[in-house]
Design a protein around this ligand. Structure first.
Ligand code: 3IX
Length: 189
């Protein structure tokens, strides 16, 4: 099990507050969406924009599905990860419980897209997120909505290390969290 103290320190260090326009830290160094040390990742660089978050992104040949067209899973990955940056504004760890993607037009390899995400509402431990992926002419090519559920730091401690190390194998009878997890309090220092 990963060290809870180390994980809390990791979050406290990154929690902010982050001023409008600031570049937000990656979730962790190996994150598929934003981790700088993940050779297979998207390396998203995300800024706070008002109450939302935004990033520009260019998909490359690693992300292709049909020739020249980005794989839908890769599109879902970056929309999910961008939405996960709203954690820095909400101030609590959370995980995606549901993600729905609408693919409006083909997303093309080698083209710059602008992505934005914002929280649309909050209800107890859930927060609802909407995100868009648009070309630089302002034409929206994909949208997503997601439900994030706040979790305690134990959630991550139970399932793996923060970064670097191999994930902890799930315990046979503990692959799913038992009962409801309370959100941890705000980590803002
Ligand atoms: C302080 C600042 C923090 C800064 C963070 C910094 C670093 C972060 C470091 C690490 C990474 C952390 C996050 C990464 C962020 C982004 C990366 C992209 C996001 C991801 O990659 S994340 C991975 C994929 N994700 C999962 O791995 C989740 C798997 N899952 C579970 O672990 C359980 O699911 C759990 C424990 C969450 C809850 O489990 P459970 O048993 O307690 O509850 P259950 O799941 O049944 O439902 C819960 C509520 O969702 C409602 N609900 C369900 N479906 C709905 C729908 N369609 N519409 C409306 N509501 C819906 C239900 O109705 C109920 O609502 P209610 O509470 O009102 O009853």
């Amino acid at each position: 099990m990963a060290d809870v103290e180390a994980m809390l320190a990791h979050w406290a260090e990154r929690a902010g507050p982050h001023p409008d326009g600031a570049m937000l830290p990656p979730h962790h160094e190996q994150c598929l969406g934003c981790g700088p040390d993940n050779a297979h990742g998207h390396h998203l660089q995300v800024n706070r924009r008002g109450d939302g978050v935004a990033a520009d992104h260019v998909f490359d040949d690693r992300h292709v599905g049909a020739p020249g067209v980005v794989h839908g899973g890769a599109v879902a990955t970056v929309l999910d990860d961008l939405s996960g940056f709203l954690l820095y504004l909400v101030g609590t760890p959370a995980v995606t419980r549901q993600l729905t993607v609408d693919y409006l037009s083909p997303v093309l390899v080698g083209v710059t897209y602008r992505m934005e995400a914002r929280v649309t509402s909050r209800e107890d431990r859930k927060f609802f997120v909407a995100a868009t992926l648009s070309d630089l002419d302002g034409c929206t090519v994909a949208t997503s909505t997601a439900v994030f559920v706040t979790v305690g730091v134990e959630h991550f401690a139970r399932h793996g290390a923060v970064s670097g190390g191999s994930p902890t194998p799930p315990v046979a009878d503990d692959h799913r969290d038992s009962g409801r997890e309370g959100a941890v309090g705000q980590q803002r220092g």
